[in-house]
Design a protein around this ligand. Structure first.
Ligand code: HEC
Length: 504
């Protein structure tokens, strides 16, 4: 009986393995999760559209799906579902690897699912207005990263409500990100005219007449703002595209375009981003020693009003390793808003929640950014690793998480924005204090060293009681923690520390 069971079980397994075919099991996974990028004209480096395409790279596909490198989706499952989650289930990953192990049978052609109808070109549908950089910008083969802004006249006769901007990179291999803003002051045009090559370095003015409109980064999917939210785009405003180019080893010319999506519906509320730490970490003392495996910066902010969050994103450069944001509700409940355990510079996604999340007043938002500047980080651009500080180049570092939210009904938006502005300035002050504190500590060590050398007259590395000055004799026994009737440097330092703490 037992034997029969084993034989049966074996046969079942055998059939299960045999049954995994391309047409019936693998094609649906590939068509749904891979082909949107792996087809002509999209970002994937080759097409995955039929049996040939997929079986040719079967082993590689099994590996990249098992390692969760593909499809690119770096957020772990958290407390809330994300819109457009691309990650594969464990069962889907197993199906692919079983199929590859079984030598990739094609299966019954009649079972092949029809290819989904992919949108070619604009992902959000036909834009209401398409504009393009006015001339191509040459990106050299190598050299430093290039930050360049371009002004694109829109000539809108009246104010518009904007739901989305979709960015279509032209020279995909070098366009790393683009931030959108509008300018009604004419500043962008003036700066552009002053320089001979296309574009200009950057907008210097901020504030009245200039507004931010989000951005795009490599790997990001475009999203419309949810429900009744919209950006105001004033009439006669120019669009400013602040581009970041990363040379690819080949000279390129870029003339990217953007599609604008309008709505007639004015928004019910304003919205804002709570970025922790603020200014992409510029004020938080990002200074990562060479070889440091886990340099961490944490920040937190307690919400002063009830809000509704709709998206979260993370930003870091090559050394970023783990980025996460959580929320602790006033009742103590912990929510995981975003957790990226294995950061990848190439995929800077904005994660939109499927539904608005209510976060009550008193919720503590906490973010953690961890960088790995060791040689075991395969993405480290420096071999051997070198000290890295905050800065705009790809080889500098940045790091922060941003939660996009609107005030809940009846709440005052300005209470949130003014408290957040206070948080920004406090972050700068705290870092400056910490720095000063560290310098004092360093000096303390130097001063103690000099004192120790002076006092240790016989130079045996210890202070005997007869060497000690009289003020020190009073507490000599208490300081001599190992009771050998002498004070070594450690004992002297501990005693001094004790004194300092008492004096605080
Ligand atoms: C959002 C777009 C996107 C989706 C979805 C996507 N890919 Fe990719 N894929 C890319 C891009 C871009 C690259 C090249 C850059 C890179 O390797 O990171 C790539 C590279 C690859 C590679 C080559 C990796 C290597 O190491 O050479 C394989 C294999 C691959 N993808 C398979 C898949 C499979 C299988 C799926 C679906 C399960 C998938 N991709 C889904 C965009 C995508």
């Amino acid at each position: 009986m037992k034997k029969i069971l084993i034989v049966l079980a074996f046969t079942a397994l055998h059939i299960a393995a045999k049954e995994v075919t391309f047409t019936e099991h693998v094609a649906p996974i590939i068509f749904q999760n891979c082909t949107s990028c792996h087809r002509p004209g999209e970002s994937g480096p080759f097409k995955l559209m039929d049996y040939n395409d997929v079986s040719k790279r079967g082993k590689l596909i099994a590996r990249v799906t098992e390692d969760r490198v593909m499809p690119p989706w770096h957020a772990q499952k958290g407390s809330f579902k994300f819109h457009g989650d691309r990650s594969l289930s464990d069962a889907q990953i197993t199906t692919i690897s079983k199929w590859v192990e079984a030598d990739m049978p094609e299966g019954d052609p009649s079972k092949l699912p029809t290819m989904p109808r992919f949108v070619t070109g604009w992902q959000l549908g036909k834009p209401d207005l398409v504009v393009k950089m006015t001339e191509p910008f040459p990106v050299p083969a190598d050299g430093r990263d290039i930050y360049r802004s371009f002004v694109v006249p829109l000539d809108l006769p009246k104010d518009k409500w904007l739901k989305a901007i979709e960015f279509r990179p032209d020279a995909r291999t070098v366009v790393h990100h683009c931030l959108f803003s509008y300018d009604t002051t004419g500043e962008a045009r003036r700066l552009d005219k002053r320089e001979r090559s296309p574009g200009f370095r950057r907008m210097r003015r901020q504030g009245s007449g200039i507004g931010q409109l989000g951005g795009w980064a490599a790997g990001g999917q475009p999203n419309k703002l949810p429900e009744d939210l919209a950006w105001r785009l004033p009439r006669n405003a120019d669009l400013v595209l602040a581009m970041h180019y990363h040379p690819s080893g080949k000279p390129e010319k870029d003339q990217s375009s953007v599609g604008l999506y309008f709505t007639d519906q004015p928004p019910k509320t304003a919205f804002t981003g709570v970025q922790l730490p603020p200014v992409f970490g510029a004020l938080s003392g990002v200074d990562i020693p060479a070889g440091e495996k886990a340099f961490a910066i944490r920040d937190s902010f307690t919400l002063p009003i009830n809000v509704e969050a709709f998206a979260v994103s993370a930003h870091a450069h090559y050394l970023g390793k783990k980025l996460s944001m959580s929320a602790t509700l006033p009742n103590g409940k912990q929510l995981n808003l975003l957790n990226i355990p294995d950061w990848d510079f190439s995929w800077q996604e904005q994660y939109h929640f499927e539904e608005f999340i209510s976060l009550p007043k008193g919720t503590k938002l906490e973010s953690t950014v961890v960088w790995d500047n060791s040689s075991s980080n395969p993405n480290n651009p420096s071999v051997p690793p070198k000290r890295v500080r905050w800065g705009p180049e790809s080889e500098d570092e940045m790091g922060s998480l941003t939660l996009l939210c609107r005030p809940a009904e009846g709440e005052k938006f300005s209470t949130l924005t003014s408290l957040y502005r206070k948080h920004i300035s406090e972050t700068g002050v705290r870092t400056a204090r910490q720095r000063a504190g560290r310098i004092r500590e360093d000096n303390l060590d130097d001063r103690l060293n000099a004192f120790f050398k002076r006092t240790d007259r016989n130079g045996n590395g210890k202070i005997e009681i007869n060497e000690a000055p009289s003020w020190m004799k009073a507490s000599f026994d208490r300081s001599d923690t190992n009771r050998d009737k002498t004070l070594d440097f450690g004992e002297l330092k501990a005693a001094t520390e004790r004194l300092r703490n008492r004096n605080r």
